[in-house]
Design a protein around this ligand. Structure first.
Ligand SMILES: Cc1ncc(COP(=O)(O)O)c(C=O)c1O
Length: 426
């Protein structure tokens, strides 16, 4: 069995913000073994540090058994490992009770659970569900379905030209008919932080509920579900240095208790007869079937890694990276950045377009230079349409990036431009 991973270093924010240096890259085996790769797609999925990979392997080497099902030691160990991880996740997001943490596959499944189970419980004909136009399809399509089933209506909050959802817009759209507001805390296209706390205050004043999609905030910002004042919060481990296949849903105790199950089958029941079944208490009621115990344990290791560095330190480094990226992009007259002009309003994400060159072509040519970015609609088609685009390029950053990654992106963008515009070289 391998030795336990070393705890992450804790640097001060000022040292971490020195992006000419990279004290984090060595933690990430994939980046270490690909020194020429500029990986700028962390909003899609982050790279994993060795301590997370080790935790997953160690589970299989030392604790592997089906949790909950066995009365023998190994199975009890697996069950205890899951419950320890549940407490770890609760601590990471400021949740008071570990039992209110439900493990699922990803943010998409968590939001589907809320829309189907909670939406089905509370939505009535004539109710409104209010979303921002910048929602990822995972926080849009489930609500379209829930509204269709209930006879409720979807209403959208539109941002101003900088991507900001204003107080006036919230006042106009969140009212007595609003039963649910569901919003991304951070947009995966614009990188902007939405005023979710203010949305919660408004919808609560009308007796409604707030669902927060934390897929792009949990890796970048300190999360406190009580301070946000939300009723549900969802995020994916794989965007926060954890494994694929683990999503987290937190919900308020009394709401989770009242909700019907989403998926049914093994482990989520209390008693089953030929014709009927009763449900296990929360959280098992929402965790049908065999859990990915190794993934859950590795998720806790990822949160240890993040907290070990400190979200304030992560934030300081990401802000320095975004500021440098936006300043360098501004040097290219043929590149237009979308969203807020200030780097302070981009949490690790900068979307842009290159005049006259399709984003897919940009991304493919950058790939030839070993620069990995995302191009497309980023699963936020209504936002891209509202922005008047068909598709955009997106560079997204994490603490393991440095100045040289951005320099490589800029150099590759110049090459792309001259490839498409050979006359510009004359
Ligand atoms: C804001 C946002 N919400 C939800 C999701 C869906 O996450 P997952 O694919 O892990 O379910 C993403 C993924 O990119 C996202 O950026």
């Amino acid at each position: 069995m391998s030795a336990p991973a070393k705890p992450a270093r804790r640097l001060d924010a000022e040292t971490a913000a020195d992006i000419a240096h990279n004290p984090f890259k060595a933690d990430f085996p994939l980046l270490e073994s690909n020194p020429d790769l500029a990986f700028l797609d962390s909003a899609a999925t982050a790279q994993r540090p060795a301590c997370v990979l080790d935790a997953q392997r160690r589970f299989y080497e030392a604790k592997n058994a089906n949790a909950l099902r066995g009365l023998y030691r190994l199975s009890v160990d697996a069950t205890e490992a899951i419950e320890a991880a549940r407490s770890r996740v609760a601590r990471f997001i400021g949740a008071a009770h570990a039992r209110d943490i439900v493990f699922c596959r990803n943010t998409s499944e968590a939001l589907n659970l809320v829309a189907a189970s909670f939406g089905g419980l509370v939505l009535k004909p004539g109710d409104e569900v209010c979303l921002t136009i910048m929602e990822h399809h995972s926080n849009l399509v489930p609500w379209q379905q829930a509204c269709r089933r209930a006879g409720a209506t979807l209403v959208f909050l539109y941002p101003d030209e900088n991507g900001v959802v204003t107080q006036a817009e919230m006042d106009a759209k969140i009212g007595p008919k609003t039963k649910i507001v569901a919003a991304a805390q951070v947009s995966n296209v614009l990188g902007i932080e939405n005023p979710v706390r203010e949305m919660g205050e408004r919808v609560h004043a009308h007796g409604g509920y707030l669902v927060v999609d934390g897929a792009q905030s949990a890796p970048h910002l300190p999360i406190d579900v009580e301070a946000i004042g939300c009723d549900f919060f969802a995020f994916s481990a794989h965007k926060a240095f954890g494994p694929f296949g683990i999503g987290v849903l937190w919900g308020r105790d009394e709401l989770l208790d009242a909700m019907p199950p989403f998926l049914t089958g093994g482990e989520m029941i209390e008693y089953v007869t030929e014709q009927d079944a009763t449900w296990a208490p929360v959280p098992e009621k929402f965790e049908a079937g065999t859990q990915d115990a190794a993934g859950i344990v590795a998720t806790a290791a990822a949160l240890d890694y993040l907290d070990g560095i400190g979200l304030d330190v992560v934030h300081a480094r990401e802000q320095a990276l975004v500021a440098y990226l936006m300043a360098r992009l501004a040097e290219l007259p043929y590149v237009r950045v979308l969203g807020h002009p200030s780097p302070a309003h981009h949490h690790g994400v900068v979307s842009f377009v290159v005049d006259g060159i399709h984003p897919h072509d940009v991304a493919s040519l950058l790939d030839l230079e070993n620069v990995a970015i995302r191009a497309g609609n980023h699963c936020a088609q209504p936002l891209i349409t509202w922005l008047g685009e068909e598709s955009t390029c997106r560079a997204s950053l994490a603490l393991y990036n440095d100045q040289s990654d951005i320099d490589r992106l800029i150099a590759a963008l110049k090459t792309t431009w001259t490839t498409f515009n050979p006359e510009s070289q004359k």
